[in-house]
Design a protein around this ligand. Structure first.
Ligand SMILES: [Zn+2]
Length: 412
């Protein structure tokens, strides 16, 4: 159960099911089709649609004639019916977005991560104000603010515990401080979980089956969703795969072992290996996250330009990561693997073929079903859009698990 939120919700489960069906119908859907698809009576559908029209979440479109029956009025989502703010806190940059009801980005702010939580809260509050002012949204038109932050996160209290690479961030009550600074209801989630919610909200491929999201940034993490619903774990911190050993001869990790997946994919390791091979000249032990990020870009550019040595650095990392992903995909029996996060766009040309090849050759379940490997459908903003999607998801998405009470009984 999510705690610490008082987001306005769009009504009962049936109403969410109907809105969700309309949201996914790219060419619109009629009341008759809604009744057939959802199993609800036409009268119930008419009542729900009337409420959604009154709230301006849905609009009536063209009239469509089918066979001899009466023309049917098609229903569409009204993207302007509601908005959400999303913020992704990364060690290098903060990305803030305002999205419409469909998760489309209406406005965006990107700024270097301020040092310390107080400066961050002030900067986020200012960006949020600017984004809402620029979009000219009526007061109350923003449902809330979602925040994606590095984990682990203490969900009941909304505190960020001790993220690596963020100085001065030990035990920060980020949710309440942002709520105080913005006056908005705030939802806080781990970055990888938020990114998965963005893919579920914006993408169309993951509403059935088991999906994996791999987040590649300064850390590596995974999220799992089943039938379109995030499996967040007991404390909503699932997905900490950073110390999964993928190469026992690999680089040394801070945990004392060698070849953990986190260290094999970290910008610090890739840059250090590039320095060792004479591709770059960066004082890696003292480099800031921003300097490492810029150096990673340089390694990827060199590889793309045909530098064989830079290519080998990336290919070695990709092989190791691909091995780990194959293990995790087998563990949860995934049929879709999606990559995203701040490092993804740069690593994709090398990582994507490596992961596809490894899964096709070595996944234990390759005889049972194919595993599709994709880059994020949302793109570079996936963390921030994910944060906003948390708000939309909390307000609008139907969750089958909500129908099951604590005793296991199905609620009315
Ligand atoms: Zn480790």
């Amino acid at each position: 159960m999510r705690r610490g939120t008082n987001l306005p919700r769009v009504g009962g489960f049936n109403q969410r099911v109907v809105l969700d069906r309309i949201r996914r119908a790219t060419d619109g859907v009629s009341r008759v089709e809604l009744a057939a698809d959802t199993g609800l009576s036409l009268q119930t559908i008419s009542n729900i649609v009337a409420r959604l029209l009154a709230r301006r979440l849905v609009v009536e479109g063209e009239r469509k004639v089918e066979g001899r029956g009466k023309p049917r009025t098609m229903l569409h989502l009204d993207p302007q019916g509601a908005h959400a703010l999303g913020v992704h806190v990364d060690p290098v940059v903060v990305t803030a977005v305002l999205t419409d009801l469909d998760g489309g980005v209406v406005g965006r702010r990107i700024f270097p991560t301020p040092s310390g939580p107080d400066a961050l809260v002030a900067a986020v509050a200012e960006s949020a104000r600017e984004l809402v002012d620029e979009a000219d949204i009526a007061p109350g038109g923003v449902l809330g603010l979602g925040v994606a932050a590095p984990g682990p996160i203490d969900m009941p209290s909304g505190r960020v515990i001790n993220p690596p690479l963020l100085d001065g961030w030990a035990d920060v009550p980020l949710r309440d401080e942002l709520a105080g600074a913005t006056g908005l209801a705030v939802l806080l989630e781990k970055d990888v979980s938020a990114a998965m919610v963005a893919e579920l909200w914006r993408g169309n491929r993951m509403h059935e089956g088991t999906s994996l999201f791999f987040y590649l940034g300064f850390g590596v993490a995974a999220a799992v969703a089943h039938d379109g619903e995030l499996a967040a774990g007991t404390s909503r911190n699932a997905g900490e795969i950073g110390h999964l050993i993928v190469d026992s001869d690999g680089p040394r990790c801070g945990c004392g072992n060698r070849g953990c997946i986190g260290v094999c994919a970290s910008p610090a390791t890739l840059v250090a290996e590039a320095v060792e091979r004479g591709i770059l000249d960066v004082a890696t032990p003292r480099a800031t996250p921003r300097e490492l990020d810029a150096a990673l870009t340089a390694v990827c550019r060199a590889a793309a330009a045909g530098d064989e040595s830079a290519g080998e650095v990336l290919r070695t990392s990709a092989r190791r990561v691909a091995h780990g992903i194959t293990l995790v995909a087998d563990l949860v029996d995934a049929d879709v693997v999606v990559f995203g996060g701040p490092s993804w766009a740069r690593l994709a040309p090398v990582y994507l073929p490596a992961v596809r090849a490894e899964l096709a050759a070595h996944a234990t379940l390759r005889e049972m079903h194919a595993v599709e490997v994709l880059g994020s459908a949302v793109g570079d903003d996936v963390g921030a859009v994910g944060a906003a999607s948390l708000v939309l998801d909390d307000a609008f998405a139907p969750r089958p698990s909500e129908l099951i009470g604590r005793s296991g009984a199905v609620l009315p």
